[in-house]
Design a protein around this ligand. Sequence first.
Ligand SMILES: Nc1ncnc2c1ncn2[C@@H]1O[C@H](COP(=O)(O)OP(=O)(O)OP(=O)(O)O)[C@@H](O)[C@H]1O
Ligand SMILES: [Mg+2]
Length: 210
Amino acid sequence: MSGLFISIEGTDGSGKTTQIRLLEEYFKNKGFYVVCTREPGGNMISEKIRELIIDKENTEMTAVTEALLYAAARAQHVTSDILPVLEDGGIVISDRFLDSSLVYQGFARGLGIKTVKDMNKYAVNGLEPDMTFFLRLKPEDGIKRKKNQKELDRMESENEKFHQMVYGGYMQLARRNKQRIKVIDALKSVEDIHKEIIENIEKLFSEKGI
Ligand SMILES: Nc1ncnc2c1ncn2[C@@H]1O[C@H](COP(=O)(O)OP(=O)(O)OP(=O)(O)O)[C@@H](O)[C@H]1O
Ligand SMILES: [Mg+2]
């Protein structure tokens, strides 16, 4: 496979969408074929699963159901949206990927990282991002940013302890995957964060001889 797969991770409101837009622009200006997508979602089937997951009426959803729904959405996403672009030599930027499940369901919901990894084995089929950016922002700062934007969905309106667990989970995952996961201070300005992301991308390009 000759393409490049990048994922952006972080707590709610940490600036993922903002940075994805800028990164997409950067790649387009360089003449690359780039596709931006998101999890859960990216295609009609996975977007329908997303609706189920974030619906505030689904208060009785168990952690296992939630984890399996994310994995199901991911299975479709990988096959219909990500792999075809990579096979064509394109760049995929995904707003969240497997790390989100490991952190939200494995860590914060308490299912365990290994259990959630196992649940996702068939979904990812060995696919891993070439590089992941974790936009590190304390959950309380992210929620503050988001509250100005829109009403919070089922996941976003989880209690503070849950969001703190997510944050801690990301930190742990980043420590265990230093090579792949780049931790970026999301309190910095939009422009400074973009610059830091580009620096890492350029390093990756020179390593890969692109
Ligand atoms: N570095 C930054 N400094 C200050 N504000 C920012 C920064 N980056 C993004 N924002 C603002 O914070 C809000 C959330 O940003 P954004 O939607 O990009 O985050 P997100 O991680 O995609 O959130 P979501 O969890 O909704 O997907 C927006 O109003 C955005 O303009
Ligand atoms: Mg977003």
